[in-house]
Write a protein that binds this ligand. Structure first.
Ligand SMILES: [Zn+2]
Length: 214
């Protein structure tokens, strides 16, 4: 159970409902193998410039509401009176919330096909799934923003803002994983699923997988 002082923030009813939905989605993505080790992290933005970010080192198959910690979006600092450590990638969650006023939830997962194939530039074209990213027709293309991986999330949190695509609402860290966000947790999940599906298709279309003689 998270320790808080009496003045620490508590989630609003809507924030709490979004956090419960994140827990359901976390269970789904854990079952899909998208959280090896304790990989991945999640958050929901509530009122008063507070985001609720999953705790560091939390096993994604065993999460509860008490495993989300109140973080000040402006500074990425944990609220006073909270004695657990938030995710190492808290600064990136806060950068997304600062850059995109419409973002209410951020999900970060280690989807294998996305990690395997996502090397800049990654252009995805001519597929129905593109509509998940706001495109009106499958007869178009998108370029997925990809950044080099880093262990210095504090610096990345301070510099990533202008590189975030607030229309596509997705970002890949090369060789690491994917961040997606939306007006609610499900919107973020749809983007993760769509990108993983499109990368999976590219994987199956590799020439080296062609059947000899076909
Ligand atoms: Zn990660």
């Amino acid at each position: 159970m998270t320790k808080r002082n009496p003045g620490a923030a508590y989630p609003s009813p809507l924030t709490k409902s979004y956090l419960k939905r994140v827990l359901e989605l976390a269970a789904i993505s854990f079952e899909r193998g998208w959280h090896p080790g304790t990989g991945g992290n999640f958050s929901v933005r509530g009122p008063h410039d507070i985001a609720w970010v999953s705790a560091s080192g939390q096993h994604k198959g065993e999460m509860g509401l008490g495993d989300f910690l109140p973080i000040h979006v402006a500074t990425a600092a944990v609220s006073s009176g909270v004695y657990r450590k938030p995710s190492d990638e808290t600064a990136l969650h806060c950068a997304i919330y600062r850059q995109d006023a419409d973002a209410r939830s951020v999900l970060h997962v280690h989807t294998p096909h996305t990690v395997a194939l996502a090397q800049a530039p990654l252009t995805l074209a001519s597929n129905e799934m593109l509509k998940v990213f706001g495109l009106k027709t499958h007869e178009s293309s998108i370029v997925i923003p990809i950044l080099p991986n880093t262990q210095d999330m504090q610096t990345l949190g301070h510099t990533v803002g202008p590189l975030l695509d607030t229309a596509l609402k997705i970002l890949v860290l090369e060789g690491h994983g994917v961040y997606a966000w939306g007006a609610n947790p499900d919107e973020a999940m749809y983007r993760i699923e769509a990108l993983e599906y499109l990368c999976q298709l590219q994987f199956y279309r590799r020439p080296s997988l062609s059947v000899a003689g076909s």
